[in-house]
Design a protein around this ligand. Structure first.
Ligand SMILES: C[S@@+](CC[C@H](N)C(=O)[O-])C[C@H]1O[C@@H](n2cnc3c(N)ncnc32)[C@H](O)[C@@H]1O
Length: 496
C-alpha cells in the first residue's frame, strides 16, 4: 500500500474527479469512482514558496480582490501556492465534517501533500477536507459546509479567531450556562424595547450558537442602529462579551450608522426576507480583500425610491385630472434630491489566515492590528446615494382638504423634531463611539446605545407616519364637511 501511494505520487495517478459548481462556495470537486478509506486521491500541487513569499502573495491576492485562498502550509517555513498553477486538488472545499484529509509524504526526499479518503466515499460525492484555517485577523468568511457541527466561520476554531472575536471557548466553565441565560435575558430586554416601547417595525434578531453547549441563542437586537463599534452581546451575568457577526433582516431599509460619517444613513441588506436571508457584517474598508454584499442594495434603494414615488403619484385631489407633462413636472417637484449622508459598505467578507502546521490553508491579509485599522478609517469612502426626500410643502399643496394639508405638515414637523433629537443623542455619545477603537468597545456603556436605539426608532416611526399620512390622504381623502364624499360601503367613519 505504501509503495503504491509512493508510486501514485510520482506518476500523478489520481482518482477520477470532476469539477462542479457549488452553491455559494465556488467550484468544488466530485469523486467519479467509489474509493476506500485511506485511499490516496490526489496530490495538492502548486508552487512551493517560503513563508515570506506566501505572506506577500496572499496580501497581493487580497488586494487584487481574490476571494479564494489556495495557499496551504507544507511545514513551518514553506507553503504550496496553487493559486496560479496547481492540480484539481485546489478546488476541494472545506468541511467541518470532512470525508478526506491532507497527509504529508516524502517522495524522493521531497515533502508533498496528498488528499486521502477519511472514509469510504461513493461515486458522485463532493470531496471536502478540514482546512484547519488559522485565522489571525481581518474579516470573517461564513462557512457553508452545512455540517451539523459547523464552526460557522472558516478559521473559527483557531486561537486568533477566538481571541479576536471573543468567542466563548469550549470548556469555559465560568460562563457556560450563563451565556444561554444571557441570550434569553437579552432577548426579553430587546423584545420589550422593540415591541412595547418602540413599536418599530425594524425588528431583527441574531442567532448565536453557543460553542460550549451547542444551543442556539436567539437575540433580539436592533443593532443596525448602533455603530459597528458597539455591536456586541454582553453577558449580563459574567460580563463576557462577543461580537454579533450575523444578522437576519425583517425590513428592507435598515438604518445603519457608520462612525466614519457624521449622521445616520441608510443601509440595505443584500437580501430582505426575514429568517431566510443573511448577511455578514464586517468592515469593508479595513481590509483590501472584499466581497461587496451591498452592490445589489443600491439598486434596491432606487427601486424603493421609485415605489414611494409611485405611491405618491396616486392622483391627489386637485391634481387628479392633470395628466401629461404638467403633472410630471409637478410630480417631480415632490422630491428634493437631498444628498444623504454616505452609505457605509458593510457587507464584506475576507479573512487573513495563516498556518503553522502542514496542510492548513493559508491566506494572509494585512492583519488585525488595530493601529493599522484605525489608520485606514480616515480614508474610508462611502457612496452618496442621493436619496429622494419628499418635499412636504409641495405635496401638501396638492391636497384639496385643509385638514389633509395640516396633517402632512404636522407629521413633517414631528419627523424633523425626531431627526434633531437623534442628532442630539448622537452628539452625546459621539465621544464614546469615536474615542475607542473597535477592539476596546467594552468601554462603551450599553445604556448609551439604548438611548440611541430609542431615538433612531422614534425617527423611523416619525418618518413612517409622515409618509403614511401622505399616502392615506391621497388614497382616502378626508370627507368634506357637507358629506359629499363618502367612503365606499357608506360607513361614516373613515378608515386609516
Ligand atoms: C482552496 S479554494 C477551494 C475552491 C474554491 N471553491 C474555488 O472555486 O476555487 C478555498 C476557497 O473556497 C471557498 N470555500 C471553501 N470551502 C468553503 C466553505 N465550506 N464555505 C465557504 N466557502 C468555502 C473559500 O472562499 C476558500 O477561500
Amino acid at each position: 500500500m505504501l509503495f503504491t501511494v509512493y508510486q501514485r505520487f510520482q506518476k500523478c495517478e489520481y482518482v477520477r474527479t470532476k469539477l462542479i459548481k457549488t452553491e455559494g462556495r465556488g467550484c468544488g470537486l466530485l469523486i467519479e469512482e467509489n474509493i476506500k478509506v485511506g485511499q490516496f486521491i490526489i496530490e495538492y500541487c502548486g508552487e512551493v514558496i517560503s513563508s515570506e513569499e506566501a505572506k506577500q502573495r496572499s496580501e497581493t491576492y487580497e488586494a487584487q480582490g481574490l476571494k479564494d485562498a489556495y495557499i496551504i502550509s507544507l511545514d513551518a517555513n514553506s507553503f504550496i501556492d496553487a493559486t496560479q498553477k496547481g492540480s484539481l486538488a485546489r478546488f476541494i472545499n472545506h468541511s467541518c465534517q470532512p470525508n478526506c484529509e491532507t497527509r504529508k509524504w516524502t517522495v524522493l526526499g521531497e515533502t508533498r501533500v496528498g488528499i486521502f479518503a477519511k472514509q469510504d466515499i461513493c461515486v458522485g460525492t463532493e470531496l471536502a477536507y478540514d482546512y484547519n484555517f488559522e485565522w489571525y485577523g481581518g474579516a470573517t468568511v461564513r462557512c457553508l459546509c452545512g455540517a451539523a457541527n459547523c464552526s460557522i466561520f472558516l478559521g473559527a476554531k483557531s486561537h486568533g479567531f477566538q481571541v479576536y472575536n471573543h468567542v466563548w471557548e469550549d470548556g469555559d466553565d465560568s460562563c457556560q450556562d450563563a451565556h444561554w441565560n444571557c441570550g434569553v435575558m437579552w432577548m426579553f430586554e430587546f423584545k420589550e424595547l422593540i415591541t412595547n416601547r418602540m413599536k418599530t417595525t425594524c425588528v431583527l434578531f441574531d442567532i448565536w450558537k453557543h460553542r460550549a453547549n451547542g444551543l442556539s441563542v436567539l437575540i433580539f437586537y436592533p443593532f443596525y442602529f448602533l455603530p459597528s463599534a458597539i455591536r456586541r452581546v454582553y453577558c449580563l451575568l459574567c460580563k463576557h462579551s462577543t461580537y454579533l457577526f450575523e444578522c437576519r433582516y425583517t425590513v428592507e431599509e435598515i438604518p445603519l450608522y457608520d462612525s466614519a460619517e457624521d449622521e445616520p444613513s441608510l443601509k440595505l441588506p443584500n437580501t430582505t426576507s426575514s429568517f431566510k436571508s443573511e448577511s455578514i457584517v464586517t468592515e469593508k474598508s479595513y481590509y483590501p480583500m472584499i466581497i461587496d454584499g451591498t452592490v445589489g442594495s443600491e439598486h434596491q434603494l432606487e427601486s424603493n425610491a421609485r415605489s414611494v414615488e409611485s405611491l405618491c403619484s396616486v392622483p391627489l385631489e386637485g391634481a387628479a385630472m392633470n395628466t401629461g407633462k404638467a403633472e410630471r413636472t409637478e410630480d417631480m417637484k415632490l422630491y428634493s434630491q437631498d444628498s444623504q449622508p454616505a452609505f457605509p459598505q458593510k457587507n464584506v467578507m475576507a479573512s487573513n489566515i495563516r498556518s503553522d502546521s502542514a496542510g492548513r490553508n493559508f491566506n494572509i491579509g494585512p492583519g488585525s492590528d488595530s493601529k493599522k485599522r484605525s489608520q485606514q478609517i480616515p480614508n474610508r469612502r462611502s457612496k452618496h446615494l442621493g436619496r429622494k426626500q419628499v418635499n412636504a410643502k409641495d405635496v401638501a399643496r396638492l391636497f384639496a382638504s385643509k385638514e389633509a394639508r395640516e396633517e402632512v405638515m404636522e407629521y413633517e414637523e414631528i419627523k424633523n423634531q425626531a431627526t434633531s433629537n437623534l442628532n442630539a443623542v448622537y452628539d452625546q455619545i459621539r465621544p464614546a463611539i469615536e474615542e475607542h477603537e473597535r477592539d476596546s468597545q467594552d468601554n462603551v456603556p450599553i445604556a448609551e446605545g439604548e438611548k440611541w436605539i430609542k431615538s433612531e426608532c422614534s425617527k423611523l416611526k416619525a418618518e413612517f407616519n409622515f409618509h403614511f399620512s401622505i399616502v392615506k390622504n391621497a388614497v382616502c381623502p378626508p370627507q368634506k364637511a357637507n358629506g359629499e364624499t363618502k367612503p365606499e360601503g357608506g360607513d361614516d367613519e373613515q378608515t386609516n
